[in-house]
Design a protein around this ligand. Structure first.
Ligand code: CDP
Ligand code: MG
Length: 387
């Protein structure tokens, strides 16, 4: 369909936004394109199949679809299809939406990695959306490439040695005015200056001095785009070595969407080391593959509901390692997560993660490996097998 045609169909009333979205049918490999309308006043959705010019979805209200997920670059799950929004369908939508979805790259540096949960929580509390997230350990050359603009400066060697000295987290943030908003939240480059001038800033809290300053933030639109590409278009960049005798945690989509991932990770971090981590959106095929071992154990309805939840949006998976090298890691981490049913967890283990953040048996905040012998396998599924 020509662009003009698309615009004609999209003649907007004030409350109707139009996007172009793609869906790759995992069964047939066919890529479908839709016009996706979002009626903002009523939060109703409507979809037209572009190729056949046919209504695919009549205007209807979908409870689980969140209004703030409608922007280019976002993935929305509608009727179990993960649609990638690739274009604005008209200028009205572009002008309405573009400014509220500025992106920036935030980074938690090695000196503050242990505070990742607290920093993610500050991010969510400040009204940012986490669009992507991964933990890596940069090689020296990778740190030099990232900081190429500082090559030749007296602090370059110290900076790149520091940045390759341990794990870091790269985070793609979305918000209106995200670039300046994030720089304001982190405070001045020098942590001592931050303590004097912006005592509530992240660098004031977690930084040490002018070099070890806890976090990074992009400084302009073009560098933000480049830095986001640097971390999220090169999957092999800074890939963490997986440990031995580790187990898997997955913060479920409902908890990620509710903005409590930081709080959950902070609890994990009080007891364990997080040694690898990524945000990703699973499709049905992957979810079925991952839950394969649970198939015989659960009722079919429960299995389907679990898979629906896991594929309903981005989840955050992470490798958990024991600080004291205990051999009971899978069991120890399960205990921190608590009983699968949050109602039961609130009675039996009120401090557990599921007691605090679980809503029901399906939306129970976190998945953790069940059996001791599966810990390593589940970690490998998320970090070596899933693309
Ligand atoms: O990170 P930011 O954009 O605030 O500062 P920058 O001037 O772009 O410098 C990049 C990083 O280099 C800083 O965040 C510090 O970690 C480090 N740096 C340093 O070690 N010594 C300096 N005199 C200046 C910067
Ligand atoms: Mg800078």
């Amino acid at each position: 369909m020509e662009k003009e045609d698309i615009q004609l169909v999209c003649v907007s009333r004030m409350s109707r936004l139009c996007f172009i979205a793609e869906w790759l049918d995992p069964m047939t490999g066919v890529l479908w394109r839709y016009q996706l309308f979002h009626h903002t006043e009523t939060n109703e959705i409507e979809m037209i199949d572009i190729k056949n010019r046919r209504t695919f979805l009549k205007k209807m209200k979908l409870e689980d679809v969140k209004a703030e997920l409608f922007y280019v670059g976002s993935t929305v799950t509608i009727l179990s299809r993960q649609l990638k929004i690739i274009e604005y369908g008209d200028d009205f939508t572009r002008s309405r939406v573009q400014d509220r979805v500025e992106r920036t790259l935030a980074m938690v540096k090695p000196d503050a990695f242990k505070h990742l949960g607290k920093i993610l929580n500050a991010i969510s509390q400040s009204g940012f959306r986490i669009n992507n997230l991964r933990v890596c350990q940069l090689r020296k050359e990778e740190a030099e490439t990232f900081y190429a603009v500082h090559r030749g400066k007296p602090f370059f060697e110290k900076l790149t040695t520091f940045m390759s000295s341990g794990r870091i987290a790269a985070i793609e943030l979305v918000a209106p005015g995200a670039i300046s908003k994030w720089r304001e939240l982190i405070g001045p480059t020098d942590s001592n200056k931050a303590r004097a001038e912006a005592p509530n800033s992240i660098r004031a809290h977690f930084g040490t001095d002018g070099s070890f300053n806890a976090v990074h933030g992009s400084d302009a639109t073009d560098t933000a785009a480049e830095e986001i590409r640097f971390f999220f278009s090169q999957p092999s960049l800074g890939k963490c070595d997986l440990g031995r005798g580790t187990t898997l945690g997955v913060i479920k989509p409902h908890a990620v969407l509710d903005g409590v991932a930081g709080l959950i990770l902070d609890i994990v971090n009080e007891h364990f080391d997080v040694t690898a981590l990524r945000m990703c959106t699973l499709d049905k095929t992957s979810a079925a593959e991952f839950f394969e071992v649970y198939k015989g154990v659960l009722a079919l309805g429960e299995f389907t509901a679990m898979s629906d939840e896991l594929t309903s949006g981005p989840c955050i998976s992470f490798e958990v390692a024991d600080r004291d090298g205990s051999s009971e890691i899978v069991e120890a981490f399960r205990e921190l997560c608590g009983p699968a049913d949050p109602e039961l967890a609130r009675v039996l283990r009120p401090k557990s993660i599921r007691a605090q953040f679980g809503l029901n048996k399906i939306k129970n905040a976190i998945h953790c490996t069940d059996l001791a012998e599966d810990g390593q396998l589940e970690v490998e599924y998320f970090f070596s097998i899933l693309p």
